[in-house]
Unconditional design. Structure first.
Length: 367
C-alpha cells in the first residue's frame, strides 16, 4: 500500500519538477543573454573610445576638421637619382644617373585623413610618347593623429641619363647628361611611424589638410620601414671611353635587396601666420639589407656589416582656412647600399603643389 502511494506521488509531482527545471533553465539562459548583451555593449563602448582616443587633440594647438570630404587638384613632379660606386681606396669611381623629371596632374577625393585619386602624365596628353618607356608610380598615404602609413611602388622606364662621372680621368664634358637606357629599377615598400606628441603636433595639418595647426609644436617620432629594391644595369651600354676604364666591381647586371629599417626622428610644425603652417621632419633609420648580386646570395660572415643607414625627409607649407586650402609638400626617401667593392645610393621623392576645398560639414559642426 505504501509503495503504491509513493508511486502515485511521483507521477503527480514529476511533471511539476520538470516544469520548475525548465523555468530555472530559461531564467539562466535569459540571464546569460543579458550578460552577453552587456558585455558586447561594453566592448563596443571601449572600441569607440579607442577610436576617439586615436584622434584626440589639444584644441589650443590643433583645430579639428569640420568636414567629411575634400576635393583636390594636384601638380606633382617625380624625382629619382642613382649613384653607383666601386669603393676603391686607390681609384674610386662613381657614376650618377637620373631620369628626366616626370610631371603629372592629379584629381583626388579625400575622406577625413585618407586621399585617393588618379594622376596622368602631362607628356602623354600633349606629346607623342608611343615609344617612350612607361613609368609606374603608385602610392597610398594615411596620416592620422597618432600614426602614419606610406605604401608605394615605383618602376622606372629605362629612360635615365648619365649625369656625371668621377674617377675615370676624363675631361670630356660630352659624356655628361647623355641618354642611357641600360638602367632599370623597381621599388616597393611601406613606412609606418608613431607620433608621440600627437595631441599638440599634427602631421595631417601639413600633409592631408584634415586638421589645422593653430600654435607651433613638434614631436619625436619612431618608425619602421620595409622595402624591396631591384636594379638592372647593362654596363656594356656605357660610352666606350668609360667602359675602357671601368672597375670590374661595377660590371654587374642585377642587384636585388630587401631593406628592414628602424628609425627615430623629429618633426616640427611652425605656424608663421594665421592659417599658415610649415613642416620639416627627419626620420633617419638603421637598416638591415639582405641582398643578391647577379642572382648570387651576398652576405657577410658578420651580420653587422649588412647594416646601413636610410633617411626619410618631409617638408611642406600649407594655407588652410578650414574651407579652402593650398600648399606644397616634398617627401624624399634615401637608401644606402654598401658592400666592400660596391655601393649604391638611391634617392627618390615627390614634389606636390595642390589646391582644393572641403565640403559636407560634419553633423556636430552644423549650425
Amino acid at each position: 500500500m505504501n509503495d503504491k502511494f509513493i508511486y502515485i506521488l511521483i507521477l503527480l509531482f514529476f511533471p511539476l519538477c520538470l516544469h520548475a527545471q525548465e523555468k530555472k533553465r530559461d531564467g539562466i539562459v535569459q540571464e546569460h543573454k543579458i550578460k552577453l548583451t552587456s558585455l558586447a555593449s561594453g566592448m563596443g563602448d571601449k572600441i569607440i573610445e579607442k577610436v576617439k582616443d586615436f584622434n584626440a587633440i589639444d584644441t589650443a594647438y590643433i583645430s579639428p576638421n569640420l568636414y567629411n570630404l575634400a576635393f583636390m587638384l594636384e601638380h606633382s613632379t617625380w624625382y629619382e637619382h642613382y649613384r653607383l660606386g666601386n669603393n676603391s681606396k686607390d681609384n674610386p669611381q662613381h657614376l650618377n644617373f637620373s631620369p628626366t623629371l616626370g610631371t603629372k596632374l592629379g584629381v583626388y577625393f579625400g575622406w577625413r585623413w585618407i586621399f585617393l585619386g588618379y594622376t596622368f602624365d602631362i607628356e602623354d596628353l600633349f606629346g607623342d610618347n608611343k615609344n617612350k618607356p612607361k613609368k609606374k608610380e603608385m602610392s597610398l598615404n594615411i596620416y592620422s593623429s597618432k600614426f602614419g602609413i606610406d605604401l608605394y611602388y615605383r618602376k622606372t622606364g629605362s629612360d635615365f641619363k648619365l649625369r656625371s662621372n668621377n674617377g675615370f680621368n676624363l675631361n670630356d664634358t660630352s659624356l655628361e647628361n647623355i641618354h642611357f637606357d641600360g638602367l632599370e629599377s623597381r621599388i616597393k615598400g611601406l613606412n609606418a611611424y608613431w607620433i608621440f606628441n600627437h595631441k599638440k603636433f599634427s602631421y595631417p595639418a601639413a600633409y592631408s589638410q584634415s586638421t589645422n595647426q593653430r600654435r607651433s609644436a613638434g614631436s619625436f617620432m619612431a618608425g619602421f620601414s620595409y622595402s624591396q629594391h631591384s636594379i638592372s644595369f647593362d654596363y656594356e651600354k656605357l660610352p666606350v671611353a668609360i667602359l675602357d676604364r671601368i672597375n670590374p666591381s661595377l660590371k654587374f647586371s642585377h642587384i636585388k635587396y630587401s631593406d628592414y629599417s628602424l628609425g627615430f626622428g623629429y618633426g616640427y610644425n611652425w605656424v608663421f601666420a594665421k592659417n599658415w603652417v610649415s613642416n620639416l621632419s627627419l626620420l633617419p633609420g638603421i637598416g638591415y639589407k639582405k641582398s643578391k648580386i647577379d642572382d648570387n646570395d651576398f652576405r657577410y660572415e658578420s651580420w653587422i656589416k649588412d647594416i646601413n643607414f636610410d633617411l626619410i625627409t618631409r617638408a611642406g607649407v600649407v594655407y588652410n582656412n578650414a574651407k579652402y586650402f593650398v600648399g606644397a609638400s616634398l617627401v624624399l626617401h634615401t637608401y644606402d647600399y654598401r658592400k666592400p667593392s660596391l655601393s649604391v645610393t638611391n634617392s627618390f621623392g615627390t614634389l606636390r603643389i595642390y589646391a582644393g576645398f572641403n565640403f559636407w560639414q560634419k553633423k556636430e559642426y552644423r549650425k
